[in-house]
Ligand binder design. Sequence first.
Ligand code: NAP
Length: 303
Amino acid sequence: MKIALVGIGKIAVDQHVPAIANSPDWELAATVSRAGTVDGIEAFTDIATMLEARPDITTVSLAIPPVPRFAYAQAAIRAGRHVMLEKPPGATLAEIHALQALAQAQGVTLYTTWHSRMAHAVAPAKAWLAGKTITRAHIIWREDVRKWHPGQDWVFEPGGMGVFDPGINALSILTEILPAPVHLQAAELEFPANRQTPIAARLQFTGNITADFDWRQTGPQTWDIEIDTPDGKVALRMGGNLLEIDGQPAQGENTIMDEYPALYARMADLICQSRSEVDLAPMVHVADAMTLGRRTETEAFDF
Ligand code: NAP
């Protein structure tokens, strides 16, 4: 199937382009970007022109930041194309509800991807937790924004989500593997004096579940989820890629595909089955943290 990739930025170059190039399902047939291109691929600077010029391209993958994404997704779905959304799927929940209704009306597939759910330890951790009672869980997601988002000011603009841009990856794993849903009860958010989104957040959920997100960690980076049950403990380390049971490394089952190849394989399956997959659970927790969170001002941040 022919696919167009929109937004030739950091994640497109790092992950989407190689995942599509190595996929048996997809052919990268065009790009849309104001500045970026991919060698040998037809490049457009405007989505309306691409949709008009290339009716043979049936799927559009959007790898631009969340705020501008809705207009692109709406244009593609209105033009009868299947659409795949980077995480977080949009700037607001209502946008995604609107896209979901539009995709249904147009009879096309909409896929809200959560790449961290495809990490190697996620499926085996979910299987291990099935039917168990959670007595405590703690997420530590601490990384260096200067290293992972150099100069990307959009993450600190309204709708950019700040530290929830990586934190939502942890929440996408949590909401996938817990045997029963939880909801947010309280949050503390630290906003740099010169920015619109938080640089750190501490969250408290029902079920004795807590999270600590921080974008100021230099040196070793931490992406851990630890979960206790009366039957033992499971931990997912390195962003969901390493599994530990009762403190010992355990072998995951989902060791075949990496995250982005798995997302593109899933998109191909969804289209073949004429289905959409829209899960907003991780984003609901972020929206609730922004609603309930106690805000403090912290030191100004510049890249
Ligand atoms: P990025 O490099 O800052 O931007 C990606 C592309 O978006 C750029 O090519 C830029 O294209 C385009 N863009 C930026 N602002 C735009 C606007 N207002 N209108 C239209 N296009 C615009 O961002 P990124 O890091 O790739 O992140 C993109 C998405 O992927 C985000 O939702 C992020 O959460 C997700 N993601 C990122 C990472 C990561 O490690 N960076 C990992 C996983 C997922 P132009 O060439 O047209 O300027």
